[in-house]
Structures are given as structure tokens and as C-alpha cells.
Design a protein around this ligand. Sequence first.
Ligand SMILES: Nc1ncnc2c1ncn2[C@@H]1O[C@H](COP(=O)(O)OP(=O)(O)O)[C@@H](O)[C@H]1O
Ligand SMILES: [Mg+2]
Length: 238
Amino acid sequence: MSARAIIDAEGLDVFYGSSQILFALGLSVLEGQTTALLGRNGAGKSTTLKALAGLVPPRRGRVRVMGIEFQGKKPHAIARAGIGFVPEDRQVFPEHTVEDNLLIAQKRGPNGEDYWTLARIYDMFPLLSPLKQRMAGRLSGGEQQMLTIARTLMGNPVGLLLDEPSEGLAPVIVARIGELLRRLRDMGVTVLLAEQNMHFCLGIASHALVIDKGQIVYRDTIAALKENEAVKKRYLAL
Ligand SMILES: Nc1ncnc2c1ncn2[C@@H]1O[C@H](COP(=O)(O)OP(=O)(O)O)[C@@H](O)[C@H]1O
Ligand SMILES: [Mg+2]
């Protein structure tokens, strides 16, 4: 049985002003898989996720969510179609409690999915449970990252776009986030994980895409990438 694509993009050209950032970029994220989007700082990972989430409109190319065309659609339309985007700058409502941040985001998925409840979230994110009544603005960076992911799950997405969830966090929190991503994968959640750190993605992602200067330069299983010294050296500084 071949998995269907939750997200696929083809020929994306993205510009910021007059400078082109993505060049005919194409990718597919298959249902139930965690795919790593790896590349150095400035390679175009965040821009790719933003283009998929509808935050930066591509000048050319197409984005499909479960086979339906979505290029040129507003971010809320893509979110309603079931794509949850977790940006790198952890946007929580600082003046609201952890629990309110979760409740504000609660909604059914595109097909009426209502799996994620507060109880299931606190089970998945045990660190958040004792912090329910804390103002989100008073959480540590790692706790805010957990809350941002948790809040996105409260919308019952069919696919998650995660932008460098491990960046700048203490090793113990990075390990917790890794554990969380493995649990989500085992539940069959579809994830596109942008990362600079290939090692973080080993044991989480099954497939890898490598981006450099706004183009996908390599795609294979992450196991194959791990053995490919030339690609790692050229594009990932490993
Ligand atoms: N808002 C912006 N305006 C102009 N250039 C930008 C903007 N955001 C990012 N860039 C440039 O686009 C390129 C890709 O950036 P980005 O997608 O953030 O890469 P990554 O997430 O892989 O570090 C970089 O050269 C960066 O300087
Ligand atoms: Mg980035």
C-alpha cells in the first residue's frame, strides 16, 4: 500500500522583495511519516514551511493539501484544511495561563477529528501538567516550545510543520521533545520537521530532504543520509 501525500509542493519559487529565496522547490510529506527537512542556517527551511503554511505566497508553483490545491490561499484556510504550523518563534499568549492557551486553540480537525483533549495533552506533555495555571509568559523557553506544539495539536491537525523545535534548548528538554516526536510518529501523526541537527532527527524521521540555497538537493531515507558522508559534508557541515 502506498501512503498518500498529506502535503505536496511542486515548483515553488518564493521571493522576499526582489531576492529569490526558493527555487522550483518540490517536496512531498507522506501520511504517517516524519520527514526531516535538513539544511544549514539560511538554506531556506523556515521559508519552505511558511510557503506551505500560506504565510509567504509563492510566485510560482503549487501546494496541495491532501490532493487539493492550496496555493494563494490564506493561512487560516490551510490551517482549516488540517495543517498545523509551529513557527520557530514560539508564539504563546503570554498573559494567559497554560490551560487557557490550550483551550483557545481547541477545535475539531478537518474531518471532525476531536482526539486531542486537555487530558490527552497533559498525558503527552507531562511537564505542562503542573504548570496549568501559570502565565505562559513566565514559562522557560523549553516549556513554551512544548506549549506551542501542544496548542497546535489542540486543533487536531492531520499534518504538522515544525520549525527547529530543538533550537536553543537545554539538552534535557531537547531529549523530551525528541521523545514527544517519537510518540506522535508512533500514533501516525504526519510531520515535516525542519532542523539543522541531523542527529536530533535520527530515530524520529524516516525520510530526509536536504535543502541548500533554496533548492532540495537530496532526498532519501534518513538512514541513507546518515551513511552519505559526501552529502553531509557538503550541505550539513557534519
Ligand atoms: N523576511 C525576510 N526578508 C528577506 N530575506 C529573508 C527574510 N527571511 C529570510 N530571509 C533570507 O532567506 C534565506 C532563507 O532563510 P530561512 O528560510 O530563514 O532559512 P533557514 O530557516 O534554513 O535558516 C536567507 O538567506 C535569509 O537571509
Ligand atoms: Mg529557520
